[in-house]
Design a protein around this ligand. Structure first.
Ligand SMILES: [Zn+2]
Ligand SMILES: [Zn+2]
Length: 238
């Protein structure tokens, strides 16, 4: 049955605005053009892997060569094409209306790590960036995943006390160096991380340097386990 709200405001494709009959977020055409990650994927970051899922925990080339301070990672989309456009709209163009659909895809991609007493924690942004953009997309996505799953969210457990240079244009070592110690537990709210199984939430995972800095901060605050959940994962050669 459709809710009265759905009749007043029929659901629209979050990508092209076409009216759609259900609430999954995309029309058939945009769905087909959006690179969802399904099937065999890296256990540590969610990047798609060739071949079939054989139940083994396989790793992508990045996760084989870069130490990951977290245990498992999932991602809903490949950061390319229509998915890249959607991520940028959420990040830069006030498209908060796309959050419920995006959070739904993340909840599905992360279903095997979003269990039990997991605490959802968004990767923090420096306050000046939140001030300019008016929201932190990672916080909105974490709240969205919390609504979808009923899990607890701690939106301010981590902080980013200083502005860091943008990651774009930096090499791998530069990206990790730029974020060293950039993310810390909140002096008052950080203790909620103690003893918890944390799932870090962000919009895009590129090198993993941001997730690494956030995971180190969670572990420093006593988290029992840290996993990652990204809306989209960059991959080479797409
Ligand atoms: Zn569409
Ligand atoms: Zn990986």
């Amino acid at each position: 049955m459709q809710s009265p709200l759905a009749i007043l405001y029929p659901p629209q494709c979050v990508s092209c605005g076409t009216p759609i009959s259900d609430d999954h977020g995309l029309c058939g055409k945009c769905w087909a053009e959006t690179p969802f990650i399904t099937g065999h994927a890296c256990e540590s970051c969610g990047a798609p892997l060739p071949g079939d899922d054989d139940g083994m925990a396989d790793l992508c080339d990045d996760c084989l060569t870069i130490a990951r301070p977290w245990s498992r990672g999932r991602a809903a989309l490949i950061y390319a094409g229509n998915a890249r456009r959607l991520v940028l709209q959420i990040k830069l163009a006030d498209r908060l209306d796309a959050i419920p659909a995006a959070a739904g895809w993340m909840a599905r991609a992360g279903r095997d790590i979003l269990r039990g007493d997991v605490l959802l924690v968004p990767v923090p942004a420096h306050w000046t960036r939140v001030f300019v953009r008016r929201y932190n997309q990672a916080s909105e996505l974490a709240r969205g995943v919390a609504r979808q799953t009923g899990l607890e969210v701690a939106p301010t457990a981590l902080i980013r006390p200083s502005r860091t240079q943008k990651q774009e244009g930096k090499g791998l070592d530069g990206r990790f160096e730029n974020l060293r110690d950039a993310i810390r537990p909140h002096p008052k709210r950080g203790p909620v991380l103690n003893g918890r199984r944390v799932v870090l939430v962000d919009d895009v995972m590129t090198s993993g340097a941001t997730f690494a800095a956030a995971a180190e901060a969670c572990l420093a605050a006593g988290a029992a386990d840290v996993a990652t959940l990204a809306l989209a994962r960059t991959v080479k050669d797409v």
